[in-house]
Design a protein around this ligand. Sequence first.
Ligand code: ATP
Ligand code: FE2
Length: 326
Amino acid sequence: MICLGIEGTAHTVGIGIVRDKPFEILSNVSSMYRPAAGGIHPRDAANHHASVFTDILKKSLDEANIGFGNIDLIGFSIGPGLGPCLRTAATAARALALYLEKPIMGVNHCIAHLEIGRAVTGADDPVLLYVSGGNTQVIAFMNGKYRVFGETLDIGIGNCLDKFGREVGMPFPAGPRIEEMAKRGKKYVPLPYSVKGMDVSFSGILTAAMHAMERERIEDVCFSMQETCFSMLTEVTERAMAHTEKAEVLLGGGVASNRRLQEMVRKMAEERGAKFYCPPGKVLVDNGAMIAWTAILMKKSGMEMGIEDTSIKQNFRTDEVDVKWR
Ligand code: ATP
Ligand code: FE2
């Protein structure tokens, strides 16, 4: 089976083409909306997705070296995400499915991060630490569903880093620049370590980091933000592993590109005798291949979706999905 998957929950619109047997990502093309100034405006991001869509569709087919006739299934990100972006991706998916007379499958974006991670790394039953701009969740499979064992109570970790970056004049996305700055940090500036039960929160850290900028070096503030936020994430991930008795940990989301976060989680896993997995960058970030692959898993487990079932779900919860393919 060959599936064309469309991702469009936030800044990134992506089209990936995946074959199941043998598993191969035939192409994975994307385009990211970067606001000229300020934060992301959902409607502008959606306009961006619509304007580049046909171009990346063509690139994706060319890269996969196939034509429309080879495609068996259309997948798309049905939620969670920003309404206008989701609607744009869903509309494109419906049009393609109707035009090609092929089945359509709406995919939960968070679960797609986990499934593509399993497929490319060989992890079998991991705890996923999913850290992106808008999302921060610790997810694992239990009793027929992917369940959220911990999450942010306010903003996503990437959002926290990007907002800090915007305030100090870094271009978007700020995560990679903060990582570079942090390497030159020498001093730990205390910031409010915020773990509440299994959940985390970042807005207090953002405020405290902004205040710290009045008296501390930016390198030290970046270093301290990373040390604080990543320790919190590592702590709740470890607790989820202990609770679920799982011996694998997998990273997902754009913030997982960060070497310091990878190092902390790897070390925690080693100390528990667990395995650490981190997919390559192109499948860590939002991408179409993860949607295509998850759509294949859903379809092959017997799930069906008609055009009438494809309304977007802005607040789609990870644990709403009946996971029939595991
Ligand atoms: P989602 O819709 O899942 O919330 P997203 O649109 O935020 O996703 P991703 O591509 O998964 O997209 O992640 C982007 C985020 O990753 C940005 O906040 C960016 O600053 C952050 N990021 C990227 N590289 C790094 C890095 N090296 N260190 C820290 N953060 C990073
Ligand atoms: Fe994502």
